[in-house]
Design a protein around this ligand. Structure first.
Ligand code: FAD
Length: 398
């Protein structure tokens, strides 16, 4: 008999886990709260570990990447307090050379690979009860309101930062969500900021607030507004657009004006507070959490999608290597993954300073350090090859 697993959540972690489970000989069933599969999404940088996981999951060929071509004129720009723009290191210039994708690109590639897996939309778990040989889940169909109980050999909670599975099985959000006193708003621009190249990236990083425009090769850019605040609750009251206009009102710049005007017209956007999920253990008995539900590193780490892919792929490998011992499989899986996750959770604090400096002093330091890094980096190919023709590695291309 093939073992059955309930996977809660049709995001990157859920679909990666479903592919991993299927490869390990299990039958996954996915439930998703939304009435249909989401598409689009914000800019995501996919790091080497994520690209390797995509290969391991067999989705690499289906994964559409959108790195802007420096050769075709794409650049990264930083805009200073006087409104002057200068070439800068962009997100894609980080060590490891992340690939530019939209979150929806990863999800589309995973979706192609889960053909044949049963997916139930508008369905959520309401109660989870563990027995010695199986786990019983009370599921609710949001369309009809009908509730029914079904048994599984394993439940995989891949339902994001505010996971219901975590709340039902491990305890309230307050026990695991750490608050970062910061907000984000991410959305797709209809068109590039006037006077910039179609695939240019733009960074305005001021004390406590920042605007990032991520240029893409074959798509309009996406925007990220992020700011620091100690009153998170207050941010969710009133009109979001008005609040963002007020937060960014002190930056009188055409880039900020264009981004804020675009938000008015954007078909959808993500507006949320920033947290990390910290758990001493990601599984108990026959229930395991994967991705943001277990270890959300947050957007500043830039490793959430990468770790979700890797977590799902590794879960499949662990179950394959321990076919008759679930506890051993989950122990091995967590032992293998935890150092990677912990390291990136820690470094996210420093990366937050790169995204949105905490003060004027941090803003100045950031500017000096990145300027230095850019100069070193643009000299490196010349030194390495000794040739004057070597291309400078700056801007958003790879
Ligand atoms: C603005 C922004 C920029 C980012 N940039 C990067 C980046 O550059 N690089 C990177 O690697 N990562 C990045 N990330 C992080 C990355 O997008 C996430 O870590 C990753 O998508 C998490 O995937 P997930 O599947 O764990 O969770 P989610 O994407 O949250 O998916 C959870 C799924 O579960 C469903 N669900 C929720 N509750 C229930 C329920 N009760 N029942 C059934 N289904 C449910 C949801 O509808 C959703 O489909 C960024 C994140 C943000 C917000």
């Amino acid at each position: 008999m093939r073992k059955r697993a309930l996977v809660v959540g049709l995001g990157i972690a859920g679909m990666s886990a479903a592919i991993g489970l299927r490869r390990a000989g299990w039958t996954p069933v996915i439930v998703e709260r939304a009435p249909e599969r989401r598409t689009g999404g914000y800019f995501v940088g996919l790091f080497p570990e994520g690209r390797q996981a995509a290969v391991d999951l067999g989705i690499a060929d289906a994964l559409h990447t959108r790195n802007p071509e420096r050769a075709a004129g794409a650049n990264s720009w930083s805009v200073d307090r006087r409104g002057g723009r200068r070439p800068a290191l962009g997100f894609l210039d980080q060590p490891g050379g992340p690939s530019a994708v939209l979150r929806g690109d990863i999800e589309a590639a995973l979706w192609q690979s889960i053909t044949g897996v049963e997916v139930r939309f508008a369905t959520t778990p309401v109660a989870i009860t563990e027995g010695p040989a199986e786990v019983q889940v009370l599921l609710e169909d949001a369309g009809t309101g009908a509730q029914y109980t079904e048994s599984f050999d394993l439940v995989v909670g891949a339902d994001g930062m505010r996971s219901s599975v975590r709340r039902i099985v491990f305890g309230p959000d307050a026990d695991y969500l750490t608050t970062w006193n910061a907000m984000i708003c991410a959305f797709q621009l209809k068109e590039q900021v006037p006077s910039y190249g179609a695939s240019d990236s733009i960074i305005i990083a001021r004390a406590e607030r920042a605007v990032w425009v991520f240029g893409l090769a074959d798509h309009a850019p996406t925007a990220l507004l992020t700011y620091r605040t100690t009153d998170i609750q207050e941010q969710f009251s009133g009109s979001r657009v008005e609040r963002l206009r007020s937060v960014f009102s002190g930056i009188d710049d055409p880039v900020v004006r264009h981004v804020l005007d675009s938000l008015d017209e954007a078909p959808d956007h993500l507006f949320d507070s920033v947290h990390q999920v910290r758990m001493p253990r990601w599984s108990t008995g026959r229930v395991v959490l994967v991705g943001d539900a277990a270890w959300c590193m947050n957007l500043y780490s830039g490793m959430g999608a990468t770790s979700s892919l890797r977590g799902g792929a590794a879960l499949g490998v662990a179950l394959q290597e321990h076919p008759d011992d679930l506890a051993a499989a989950l122990n091995a899986w967590e032992a293998g993954l935890r150092p990677f996750v912990t390291g990136h959770q820690r470094s996210a604090r420093l990366k937050q300073q790169m995204f949105v400096p905490s003060s004027r002093r941090a803003e100045a330091l950031r500017s000096v350090l990145l300027g230095l890094a850019r100069r070193i980096r643009s000299r490196r190919p010349v030194m390495e090859t000794g040739g004057p023709q070597a291309p400078a590695l700056s801007g958003a291309s790879r």
